[in-house]
Design a protein around this ligand. Structure first.
Ligand code: ZN
Length: 206
C-alpha cells in the first residue's frame, strides 16, 4: 500500500515536470545591462538655469533600476550618487562585467536653442558595432513611437567609452537642455519615468 502511494506520487511529480518547457522563464539567460549616468561630481555636464545634465541622467538611471521587473534582467549602474568617474574607470567597470548592453545616458546642449530631439551614437571602432547599431535603431524607433520626441537619428562617433568597451555600447543623448520644450520634458518626473520604461522595454526584448 505504502509502495503504491510512493509510485503514484513519483508518477505525479514526473507528469508535472513534463509540462515545463525549456522556454520557460526559469531557464532563460540573464541579461546584464550597464546604465552609465554621464558626468558626476565636479563635472556637471551641460548646465542651463542651474539644471545639470549629471542630475537628470542620474535620476533616469535610478528609475531604470527601480522600475525593472524582468527577473531575467540585471541592471548595473556605473554610479549611484553624485561622484566623478573617469571614462577609463567606466570602461573598466564595463569590461570587467561583460554585459549584454551598455547605455551611456547624456543630455545635449547647443547655442542654437531651436536644436532639439533625441540622438544616439555608436562607434565603428567598437568590436560590437553591428550589434550596437541594431539595438540603437530599435531604441530610436521606440523613442519616436512612445514619446513626443523628435529624433536626430543614430550616428557614428569616436567617443572614448564607445571605442574602449568590447560590448554593444550606445551613447543616448536624451534631448537638449538648451531647448525649452526638451528641458521641460527632461526635468519632468513622469516623463523621466516613461523614458525609463521605454529603455526597459528595449532591454527585455534583447
Ligand atoms: Zn554629457
Amino acid at each position: 500500500m505504502k509502495n503504491t502511494f510512493k509510485f503514484i506520487l513519483a508518477f505525479v511529480v514526473v507528469a508535472c515536470f513534463a509540462f515545463i518547457t525549456p522556454t520557460d522563464n526559469g531557464s532563460k539567460k540573464t541579461i546584464n545591462v550597464v546604465i552609465d549616468a554621464g558626468h558626476g561630481g565636479h563635472d556637471d555636464g551641460m548646465t542651463v538655469d542651474g539644471i545639470t545634465e549629471k542630475d537628470i541622467v542620474a535620476s533616469i538611471a535610478k528609475k531604470i533600476k527601480e522600475n525593472n521587473s524582468d527577473k531575467n534582467v540585471v541592471i548595473h549602474l556605473t554610479r549611484t550618487d553624485d561622484r566623478f568617474l573617469s571614462l577609463k574607470d567606466r570602461a573598466k567597470f564595463i569590461n570587467d562585467l561583460k554585459p549584454n548592453l551598455v547605455l551611456s545616458l547624456h543630455v545635449n546642449g547647443n547655442e542654437n536653442t531651436e536644436a532639439s530631439g533625441v540622438e544616439l551614437y555608436i562607434s565603428p571602432k567598437n568590436v560590437m558595432y553591428e550589434n550596437s547599431k541594431k539595438i540603437a535603431e530599435d531604441l530610436n524607433f521606440r523613442f519616436v513611437t512612445n514619446h513626443n520626441l523628435k529624433s536626430r537619428g543614430v550616428k557614428d562617433a569616436n567617443f572614448t567609452l564607445l571605442r574602449d568597451t568590447a560590448y554593444p555600447t550606445i551613447t543616448v543623448e536624451l534631448g537638449f537642455l538648451s531647448n525649452e520644450n526638451d528641458r521641460k520634458y527632461l526635468t519632468d518626473d513622469n516623463q523621466q519615468e516613461k523614458i525609463a520604461v521605454t529603455i526597459l522595454e528595449l532591454i527585455s526584448a534583447l
